[in-house]
Design a protein around this ligand. Structure first.
Ligand SMILES: [Zn+2]
Length: 91
């Protein structure tokens, strides 16, 4: 797996957060909608703001592993949340 693949940042330990440069909106990126093979540097160009529709988006990778270390229950909760967002991310 390439080091710049989103898969190199497991959801249990990292959140991918998109930021809109136009309106300041931010939201977690729904990983299930990231096309296979897309690399981290290519990702911002594929994003569109769900608040204002702008395409001037940037992205940050946020380490959450310290808070998420632990139970399988917690891992499932995070995964469910990700699926729940499938409708409106990565337009
Ligand atoms: Zn926006």
């Amino acid at each position: 797996m390439p080091a710049n693949s989103p898969d190199a940042f497991p959801p249990a330990q990292f959140d991918l957060i998109a930021f809109c440069d136009d309106c300041g909106h931010s939201a977690p990126i729904d990983r299930v909608r990231i096309p296979p093979g897309l690399t981290i540097p290519e990702l911002p160009a594929r994003l569109r703001c769900t608040a204002c529709g702008g395409r001037a988006c940037s992205m940050r990778i946020v380490y959450t592993g310290a808070a998420a270390t632990g139970t399988a229950e917690r891992a499932w909760t995070r995964q469910d949340r990700s699926f729940g967002q499938a409708a409106n991310r990565l337009a």
